[in-house]
Design a protein around this ligand. Structure first.
Ligand code: HAM
Length: 419
């Protein structure tokens, strides 16, 4: 075993498999860009208080899973566990909320949660996210959801389902909370669970222990107690999803791990992944900006798990991306041919062709083995005698057929063959 290993629960992505990771990340992000979301690159670490206040003190994410440390100036900073709070901070700080609304932003990158590592659950996880801020329109909720759905499908993924619910708004949630609490307080709960019921009763509905599940099976659900406004909003979102042909199932018992959600809340679930089945999730967060000291503007967004989407594709027996490193592999067999093939490679790369060369004088056999391993379709083979004769051998690596081509037309020949 090597002396150093990656931190526990943190995946390395290496070629050729990393091509899948990149294709998934870029595919999901591009789908968002097609709907007018603009890229943001935000800090990996922020003021700890931002997450405590934004995500919620009572959540596992904040209370148990944050990578928090004091920097050399004795400020408490935290590696971002999620993206929404940081986006809101940046929108408020830079006054984007005073411009045209909605503000539509997207991002991709790593997030950090000190969770117990297992298949599909990492301590450094990668997400693609979008946030649409400042317009409380159910059509926008449907757009955000449809983008995620289209992003997954653009990768060829189809064994997932969209679960959706409404968590209500300021006018109906407090009453529902009391209703749920009075139901829960009548049950025979252990001290910890009772405390959870006091702080955030919804979380008790998320308890996975069978005896708690049984006790809460008949618990009241938010969906049956929505205000007229929240109900109308939810029904309009569903009507839009129907019109867009985005299939969904209503899950009135959905509980998300972050406290900021209001109204529309959703999750994409893939059954091929075992326990960590959530490949993406999101929802409205209409009180978050005010809570972080900004204006009272609404927002909606999602975070899609890139790592889990890669696993979901594999579970469906599908691949994304191109695992080959190059299209053309140069095999120079002498000093003069090295020089000539290097210039041919530079010209092909300038034309957008991926080219690698054999280095280190490994001889014909070793170089051809490297050419095969590279995934290239064509090898360019030349010894110094060929170069003197003004020719380069163009070899089709699938069939093995090789022809000599005049050196000055080899770039055109390769481009024609690859087209
Ligand atoms: P989240 O549900 O906590 O939401 O995370 C979004 C997705 O990130 C999950 O569905 C999952 O695919 C992936 N994920 C989360 N934790 C892990 C982990 N430990 N290992 C691997 N993948 C993981 C959010 O983070 C919200 N900020 C999403 C959002 C944006 N809501 C509104 N706007």
């Amino acid at each position: 075993m090597s002396e150093f290993q990656a931190p526990k629960g943190v995946p390395d992505y290496l070629p050729p498999e990393s091509a899948e990771f990149v294709a998934v990340r870029d595919g999901l992000l591009n789908t968002a860009r097609l709907a007018g979301y603009g890229d943001v690159e935000l800090p990996i670490f922020e003021d700890t208080a931002l997450f405590a206040r934004g995500v919620g003190e009572s959540t596992d994410v904040v209370s148990k899973e944050m990578y928090t440390f004091a920097d050399r100036g004795e400020r408490s900073v935290t590696l971002r566990p999620e993206g929404t709070a940081g986006v809101m901070r940046a929108v408020i700080e830079h006054g984007l909320d005073r411009g045209a609304l909605p503000v539509k932003l997207c991002y991709a990158g790593p997030f950090f949660r000190y969770e117990r590592p297992q298949a599909g659950r990492y301590r450094q996880l990668q997400q693609v996210g979008v946030e649409a801020i400042g317009v409380d329109d159910p059509a926008l909720d449907a757009e955000v959801i449809a983008i995620a759905d289209a992003g997954f499908r653009s990768l060829g993924l189809d064994g997932f389902r969209l679960e959706i619910t409404s968590l209500g708004d300021d006018t109906c949630r407090p009453q529902y909370r009391e209703l749920l609490q009075s139901f829960l307080f009548k049950l025979d709960l252990d001290d910890d669970t009772r405390r959870r019921a006091e702080i955030n009763p919804l979380r008790v509905l998320d308890d996975k222990r069978p005896h708690v599940r049984e006790m809460t099976a008949e618990a009241p659900v938010m969906l049956d107690h929505l205000s007229d406004v929240a109900k109308q909003h939810f029904e309009t979102v569903l009507a839009h999803l129907d019109a867009l042909g985005v299939p969904y199932v209503i899950n009135p018992r959905m509980v998300r791990g972050l406290d900021y959600y209001t109204k529309t809340t959703f999750e994409f679930v893939h059954d091929g992944l075992g326990a960590q089945s959530g490949i993406g999730g999101g929802g409205r967060y209409d009180g978050l900006m005010r809570q972080l000291g900004g204006q009272d503007l609404s927002g909606i967004g999602f975070g899609l798990g890139v790592d889990r989407t890669v696993l979901a594709l594999r579970a469906e027996g599908k691949t994304a991306g191109n695992p080959s490193r190059c299209d053309v592999f140069g095999v120079p067999l002498g000093e003069q041919s090295k020089l000539v093939l290097a210039t041919v490679a530079a010209r092909l790369r300038a034309a957008g062709v991926r080219v690698d060369l054999a280095y280190g004088d490994r001889g014909m056999k070793g170089a051809m083995r490297a050419a095969d391993r590279s995934g290239a379709r064509i090898a360019l083979v030349a010894g110094d005698r060929d170069i003197e004769a003004g020719t380069i051998g163009v070899k089709d690596l699938a069939t093995g057929a090789q022809v000599d081509i005049p050196a000055d037309s080899v770039v055109a020949e390769v481009i024609t063959r690859l087209a």
